[in-house]
Design a protein around this ligand. Structure first.
Ligand code: PNS
Length: 162
């Protein structure tokens, strides 16, 4: 039974993967009301711009009609404050994810009292990394077992030679 609470699943989603989608689906099961926030990490250079990442997430998550997808501009803590969201949910694959997520969780908590729930990735998704997938995509490799078809279509139309 879901805990009745609106939570935010934030991320870069560059691009959204089956791993992200599984965490979002489980967040819906746990909390019922999930908003997906597509944001920018100032340290990252993105393959897809914010608008494209939002659109990819919208199409990838069409089977979860209760889930809303929105861009996050500015600080996550401010975004959550403005929508009265007290909890963020993120996926965790391995130890190196944890170190960074813990820093963000502490910072978001001190900025606005936000709580962070970290869900361990399902075992079949632990090896999926958007960083690695972008590299494989760039070199024409097959990533169809890791991302929905819309990601591959969008990549092909964005980067195909005229
Ligand atoms: O999936 P990612 O790349 O780890 O997502 C990071 C994201 C976009 C959620 C994070 O960088 C973020 O919250 N950006 C908004 C700006 C912000 O609040 N930064 C400080 C977080 S402590």
């Amino acid at each position: 039974m879901a805990l009745p609470m609106r939570v935010l699943c934030p991320g870069s989603f560059d691009p959204i993967t089956f791993g992200h989608m599984d965490v979002i689906r489980r967040a819906v099961e746990l909390f019922g009301d999930v908003l997906v926030g597509v944001g920018n990490n100032g340290q990252k250079k993105y393959m897809f711009d914010l608008e494209e990442r939002v659109e990819l997430a919208r199409q990838a998550l069409v089977a979860l009609p209760s889930v809303q997808i929105e861009p996050i501009e500015g600080l996550l803590a401010d975004y959550c404050d403005s929508r009265d969201i007290r909890v963020v949910v993120k996926g965790l694959r391995f130890g190196s994810d944890f170190d960074f997520e813990l820093q963000m969780a502490h910072m978001n908590n001190s900025l606005s009292g936000l709580e962070t729930v970290l869900l361990p990735a399902a075992v079949e998704h632990v090896t999926i990394s958007s960083t690695v997938l972008r590299e494989v995509l760039r070199y024409g490799g097959d990533v169809s077992q890791y991302v929905p078809p819309v990601v591959i279509e969008t990549f092909n139309s964005k980067f195909s030679q005229p």
